[in-house]
Design a protein around this ligand. Sequence first.
Ligand SMILES: [Fe+2]
Length: 304
Amino acid sequence: MTNAGNGADPAVRVAKLGYVQFTTPDVPRLVHYYTTVLDFELVDETPGGAFLTTGFDHHSVVITRGDTRPRSAVGYEVWGSLGNAQRRLREAGYEVERRGDIGPGTPDALVLIEPSTGAPLHLYEAQEPSGVQGYTPLRPTKLGHVAAFTPELDALRKFYEELLGFRWSDTIGDYFVFLRCNADHHAANFLASQKYRGMHHIAYEMRDPAHLLTMLDHLAREGYRLTWGPGRHGPGHNMFTYHKDPDGNTIELFTQLDVMHDEHKGYWEPRPWHESFPMYPRTWEVDIATANSWGPINPELRDH
Ligand SMILES: [Fe+2]
């Protein structure tokens, strides 16, 4: 089985989701949330914003001042050279700007506008190291994925597959698509909506269930209550929790996300809760088990 529609020779091959930018009227409040509640490290603060990391990358989150707008930009690390990416994207008819002033850690980047959402996408070859060292019992291991609404789901999926080299992982019903750029089941998810715009949720990975539970007790001490979970999703099979940041943005903390080794052989890292062996990308029914195989659902997070 192959993923029909996946670009065999995309203009760009994204290697990983690098960072997501949040625009907020209250930068110190959101920086406080990320450093004190989620235990991120503040790496740099410039007039352009605050840059925070989970450790590996120079930054995983950028916080800038303005009207509240989550996912106001997305940074992707790419395989190959930026020059090649620039040429191929232009040949495909996309306006691309090469910039050296995006921010610290990414001194050379391409900027293009994401079709149908208008969000700027930043493409770069690599981030500089953050310099952040040391073990911390709380901090998430990495930025996992970000989900957004789009009024044109099919066109945006095609853009991600054919221009950016993403591959299809799963779909729920006819409205919720999960795309990956490496072995992680999803890095970019999109929900079809004529009602909503912008970000649906952003998700940070925890090492294992014990790490997640430790963080939940920390959230409780800080006064943050869950809006959904713990539960286990169908697509991706990640164990999840959701809460809201001080701006009202939905934050997912997850662990045990599916790892897809070989889609042609249907070989995903085996897990006891998988429904089939081999397993292939598929379209899931819109039902409770798909949303949360353990039971409870939050209707707000299914609204689109
Ligand atoms: Fe998620």
